[in-house]
Ligand binder design. Structure first.
Ligand code: PSU
Ligand code: MN
Length: 315
């Protein structure tokens, strides 16, 4: 503990990520809760590697983020990825958990909130994931609102996702993002996507149709208007991969019902629902999940490239 005051003692940025950032090259952050608590082994590790490869193919450097034995790592080695993917002894780490997990030299898979916090600390502005957390159904009784939303309210990272799952209350989630001042733009759509399906019935005021347009809004927000905070770029699942709306709604409702009967609450809810929906759909939800994350990786890498290009000519 004698080097507690020194950030470099607890923040481990990989050589590749460090040199890309120093050269103002595009870098894309990736979370690890989706690996450890969102998908089964070994598909999770295979998917994580495939997503990193897609980001490279699209001209950016991937930076998967996790806490590994007390070090907040930005850019994971193959061994780190494997050990996070096995999942035993790997906590689900939100931003508020980071100080404790690091101090106790534990390992933690970072959620959207923790990944945003560490990405921003490292100087990364674009983050690709599957879906963000949000306002849970029944929030009036449980007060269960994901801390992802609070982090989006304060941390300047653009999150490329396929919207949020309808395990959540999507209209309430969008209302809360508005309250926090978080812009939400549809990528090629004017509707908030519902993760497994392209549509949710929730209209969005802002829409971009190309990576350049997203990057321009980021540049305006952070670099010119000096508005801190996150941004959501909501990129729908490709139509050919999307699941039937009524079918997935049935699985979601049944999973929510089981969670209620088992009395689940708090941070265990989301991982439980993901696993239960996967079971109920015979793995079809997992395939959709993998397809949409890969699609987000392509878009996120392109946005990171455009944002880096705008900044390079301006500064
Ligand atoms: N939604 C998904 N897949 C996920 C998650 C959410 O479709 O893997 C994970 C993300 O890491 C997200 C976290 O940040 O769950 C939110 O958890 P909670 O609802 O407990 O805040
Ligand atoms: Mn919660």
């Amino acid at each position: 503990m004698k080097r507690m005051a020194d950030l470099t003692a607890v923040l481990g940025i990989s050589e590749e990520v460090r040199s890309a950032l120093a050269a103002h090259q595009p870098v894309v952050a990736l979370e690890s809760t989706i690996i450890a608590h969102g998908m089964p082994y070994p598909r999770n590790v295979q998917t994580a590697r495939a997503v990193e490869a897609i980001i490279r193919e699209n001209g950016a450097v991937p930076a998967t983020i996790a806490v590994v034995r007390g070090i907040a790592k930005v850019g994971l080695s193959d061994d780190d990825l494997e050990s996070i993917g096995h999942g035993d002894q790997v906590a689900k780490a939100g931003a508020r958990d980071l100080p404790f997990i690091i101090a106790q030299k534990k390992s933690g898979a970072t959620t959207v909130s923790a990944t945003m916090a560490l990405a921003a600390l490292a100087g990364i502005r674009v983050f690709v994931t599957g879906g963000i957390g949000g306002v849970h159904r029944g929030f009036a009784e449980s007060l269960d609102i994901s801390t992802d939303l609070a982090e989006l309210g304060r941390t300047s990272v653009a999150v490329v996702c396929a919207g949020a799952k309808s395990i959540l209350d999507l209209p309430a989630t969008l209302e809360y993002l508005e309250t926090l001042g978080v812009p939400v733009a549809g990528f090629g759509t004017s509707e908030f996507p519902a993760f497994y399906t392209t549509r949710s019935g929730c209209r969005l005021e802002h829409r971009v149709d190309a990576p350049r347009q997203a990057a321009e809004a980021m540049f305006l927000k952070w670099d010119l208007l000096k508005q801190p905070g996150g941004m959501v770029i909501a990129n729908p699942i490709p139509a050919e991969e999307s699941l039937d709306e009524a079918y997935i709604a049935g699985a979601i409702n049944s999973a929510l019902d089981t969670a209620r009967k088992q009395g689940l609450s708090g941070k265990a809810i989301t991982p439980f629902l993901l696993a239960e929906i996967e079971r109920l759909t015979g793995g079809r939800s997992l395939e959709a999940n993998i397809a949409l994350v890969k699609n987000n990786a392509r878009v996120g890498a392109a946005i990171a490239r455009e944002y880096a290009a705008i900044r390079r000519v301006t500064f």
